[in-house]
Design a binder for this molecule. Structure first.
Ligand SMILES: Cc1cc2nc3c(=O)[nH]c(=O)nc-3n(C[C@H](O)[C@H](O)[C@H](O)COP(=O)(O)OP(=O)(O)OC[C@H]3O[C@@H](n4cnc5c(N)ncnc54)[C@H](O)[C@@H]3O)c2cc1C
Length: 329
């Protein structure tokens, strides 16, 4: 089921238009109280813009009639960018060995019978946080260790067993956009994360990559790590690592911020998640976050959902939490 449009009448969202498949017959579902958009940081701005809610100039340029000019829709996109070190390993310490047919079959059987073994693994079993910017009040680099090479799409697979150590800079200052390619809801949107448009992000990411490299070169890992394959020992300068990152970095799948909450002209929703300027419409997902959390994004998004549910039900807010110790800058 695809929602193709939020139906707005006289400044109020009264329902959604849906199709059961792209190009299928359209139906209108009417909402008795409110329409809640939770299509994610890419899907929510797309749906709003398809419905004529967004930057009017952009909407007109792709043939959508503006219903409500809201310039912030689709702006303020933030994401974490992963840079990675891949190393070749000794012996049987990574899951790459299971890429052989007989071992894959055994792993499948082991899981079916005993509910354990490689199939039960998240593959990224180890993580950690550290500082790229020494003045940061709390860690700004996150490491994920993948016990294999080529585990994720676009990441190099080695011939011999390997491991992948990802490093992501967690407080990017760059801001990207989500825009419509056309007025056709079946078209994918145009996503421009605009990574590293702020030079600070590039500098911190490269420091994170150097830290990942240093971890893999530790004496304690020497019995297991044969050699660094990527970026490769010959790449040493910041410029060389930058070129490597341009070829080899990837999204950490953490897009947020494209329907940001706030009170200013570029805000899309108010702090109670109501869309500014259209009645009966809220957005409740990762898109409302003003700034990307310095962590993975699933748990914070669940918190947005929980808070959103309380707001919709009119429940009293929880008392504010009292923090001690370091606070993020
Ligand atoms: C490959 C991958 C791995 C990830 N790994 C982790 C992880 O390990 N830990 C972590 O914390 N976070 C992880 N994340 C991030 C996490 O999944 C997201 O931050 C979180 O799911 C965001 O939730 P959301 O509700 O905002 O959006 P989503 O979870 O994206 O939900 C939006 C939903 O809306 C639907 N939708 C969109 N448009 C329409 C439409 N027009 N009509 C009908 N339905 C529509 C989508 O199909 C989707 O089901 C990962 C993300 C990806 C993609």
């Amino acid at each position: 089921m695809l929602v193709t449009r939020i139906v707005v009448e006289k400044g109020r969202a009264i329902g959604v238009e849906i199709v059961d498949r792209p190009g299928g017959e359209k139906k209108i579902l009417r909402a008795e109280r409110e329409v809640i958009v939770s299509s994610g940081a890419i899907g929510s701005p797309k749906l709003l813009m398809q419905s004529g809610i967004g930057p009017a100039d952009h909407l007109k340029s792709v043939g959508v009639t503006p219903v409500h000019d809201l310039p912030g829709v689709g702006s303020n996109m933030q994401d974490h960018l992963d840079l990675f070190v891949i190393a070749e390993c000794t012996g049987d310490h990574t899951y790459d060995n299971y890429a052989k047919l007989h071992r894959t079959a055994w792993a499948g059987l082991q899981y079916l019978l005993l509910k354990k073994g490689p199939v039960a693994s998240s593959l990224f079993e180890t993580g950690g946080f550290w500082y790229a910017d020494p003045t940061a009040a709390s860690p700004d680099i996150q490491f994920h260790l993948g016990l294999g090479s080529g585990i994720e799409a676009g990441v190099e697979k080695l011939k011999n067993p390997g491991v992948t150590l990802n490093s992501a800079f967690l407080r990017p200052r760059s801001r990207g956009t989500v825009r419509l390619k056309s007025a056709d809801p079946a078209d994918h949107p145009l996503i421009d994360p605009n990574y590293w448009s702020d030079p600070y992000d590039r500098a911190m990411s490269i420091r994170g990559l150097r830290l990942a490299r240093e971890i893999m070169r530790q004496k304690a890992l020497a019995p297991y790590v044969l050699r660094e394959v990527l970026p490769g020992p010959s790449l040493a300068s910041d410029d060389e690592l930058f070129d490597y990152a341009c070829r080899s970095s990837k999204t950490d799948h953490h897009p947020v911020g494209t329907c940001r909450m706030g009170h200013d002209d570029m805000a899309v929703v108010t702090p109670d998640l109501r869309l500014r300027g259209v009645e009966g419409l809220r957005v409740c997902d990762a898109s409302v976050m003003p700034r990307i959390p310095s962590s993975n994004t699933n748990a914070p998004t669940i918190m947005v959902g929980e808070k959103g549910a309380d707001l919709i039900l009119g429940r009293e807010p929880l008392p504010p939490a009292v923090f001690s110790g370091n606070r993020a800058a």
